[in-house]
Design a protein around this ligand. Structure first.
Ligand SMILES: Nc1nc2c(ncn2[C@@H]2O[C@H](COP(=O)(O)OP(=O)(O)OP(=O)(O)O)[C@@H](O)[C@H]2O)c(=O)[nH]1
Ligand SMILES: [Mg+2]
Ligand SMILES: [Zn+2]
Length: 303
């Protein structure tokens, strides 16, 4: 009987249920399965230790402590998007219409996990709808979130707008289906483009939709980019009320004026946030979203 092989450190580049593809420092890949429950919840982007089995398989021995984990959780299920993310690229488009509710939730998820968010407004070539899309993003731009307008079909334009921003970072593409996440990835990395087809499913419309999350390496100047399937819900039930509040950075300064230290900024007297809302310094739609997330979470706790 031969001695067990030493552990190898790698990074999860794709996850399908409890089956992971892990990449190692020499660029080799192994299909890995968790051993026992302890290693059962790795996410794309996780650094893991793997015991090699044969030529191209392995068992996941442990998941290293994460810097952050972006995830969503609704009543029935929760989903890990990715771990150890430096920058979140939330992709919206001129068409099809995007949901401001989902966008606000994704931003709150990023801020509460201390991940830097950027909004990419794609399909700027569809000029007729561009002013309306810009208008929908005006409040968020006013909060200081970078909004990058581009057309994923214009490869040179995409590289000029994004390549430097992505360098040296792990970047996650997130957004509703059809916004152009995979098209953007293809513009930044033609090699990744070929691979994305394997992770997609053809729809009746002739479109392809991404079915699994995967990390790709970008050509020079470099960086990693994670493509993910479009989301249709973005519950934040794993967040405490204080963490939800952290997802609304414009509340921070006015909240210092609240009379009660545990103010929820919804109906308390002497609330600095409600005062700022009444004075027009906080956007009503943002406050309504904050209240909706807290209501969802309170309802979720009753199940
Ligand atoms: N006009 C125009 N169409 C675009 C642009 N970018 C992407 N599209 C089209 O939008 C459709 C959806 O693009 P995808 O890249 O598959 O969108 P996705 O966000 O990856 O969608 P899911 O994988 O389902 O989440 C495709 O038909 C693209 O050709 C753009 O800049 N302009
Ligand atoms: Mg896609
Ligand atoms: Zn308050």
């Amino acid at each position: 009987m031969s001695a067990p092989q030493a552990l190898l450190r790698g990074r999860v580049i794709s996850a399908h249920g409890r089956h992971y593809i892990v990449e190692f420092e020499d660029g080799s890949l192994r299909q890995c399965y968790p051993r026992g429950k302890k290693a059962g919840a790795a996410a794309v982007g996780d650094h893991v230790n793997v015991r090699p089995e044969g030529r191209d398989e392995g068992t996941l021995d442990s998941v290293e402590t994460r810097r952050n984990l972006l995830y969503r959780s609704d009543d029935m299920r929760s989903k890990q998007f990715a771990a150890n993310v430096d920058q979140l690229l939330i992709v919206v488009a001129v068409e099809p219409t995007f949901s401001e509710d989902l966008l606000g939730r994704a931003l709150a998820g990023a801020w509460s996990a201390d991940i830097e968010p950027v909004i990419v407004l794609n399909k700027s070539d569809l000029a007729a709808g561009l002013p309306a899309a810009r208008q929908k993003l005006a409040t968020l731009a006013g909060l200081g979130v970078p909004v990058i307008e581009l057309s994923a079909h214009d490869t040179n334009g995409v590289r000029a707008a994004l390549a430097d921003r992505l360098t040296g970072k792990t970047n996650l593409l997130l957004g509703q289906s059809g916004m152009g996440k995979s098209t953007l990835l293809n513009a930044l990395s033609p090699e990744a483009g070929a691979a994305t087809r394997e992770h997609s499913q053809a729809l009746d419309t002739g479109r392809h939709t991404t079915t699994s999350t995967r990390l790709y390496h970008l050509p020079a100047p470099g960086g990693d980019l994670i493509d993910s399937p479009g989301f249709q819900a973005f519950g934040l039930q794993h967040l405490s009320s204080k963490e939800v509040e952290h997802g609304f950075p414009e509340f921070a300064a006015p909240a210092e004026q609240c009379r009660f230290y545990n103010c929820t900024h919804r109906h308390e007297p002497g609330c600095g946030v409600l005062a700022a809302l009444a004075a027009g310094r906080i956007d009503p739609a943002r406050h309504a979203l904050y209240a909706r997330i807290l209501d969802d979470n309170a309802a979720g706790m009753r199940y």
